[in-house]
Design a protein around this ligand. Structure first.
Ligand SMILES: [Zn+2]
Length: 105
């Protein structure tokens, strides 16, 4: 098998240096690059995903829940869902809502 590989390298003109780089990129290098791409896609998905389901949130902030960082998809862009999410956000992050409630009192 090694003899065939040597023959292949000679025929194709691939020297040892190029072979080593190929081994690097097809091994660790490619895994690392793919992993980074996968993680960044996963991160983007989580940031722009609907708060109530797996769908992606609406573009241009149309699904944004007022006063929160939450976003919803077209299915959950209604008053009931947004009111519930607002309440949920208020309970989870009371500090963020303190100045708002003070203003209305
Ligand atoms: Zn949704």
């Amino acid at each position: 098998m090694i003899a065939v590989w040597h023959w292949f390298l000679q025929v194709t003109g691939t020297d040892d240096e190029a072979g080593r780089w190929y081994a690097f990129w097809s091994g660790f290098g490619a895994d690392f690059a793919e992993g980074a791409i996968f993680l960044s896609i996963l991160g983007m998905y989580h940031r722009h995903k609907c708060q109530n389901c797996w769908r992606l949130a609406l573009k241009a902030g149309l699904g944004r829940v007022e006063g929160t960082h939450y976003e919803t998809c077209h299915k959950h862009t209604n008053k009931e869902d947004h009111a519930a999410l607002k309440e949920q956000h208020r309970l989870r992050h009371p500090a963020l809502h303190e100045h708002l409630s003070k203003g209305t009192e």
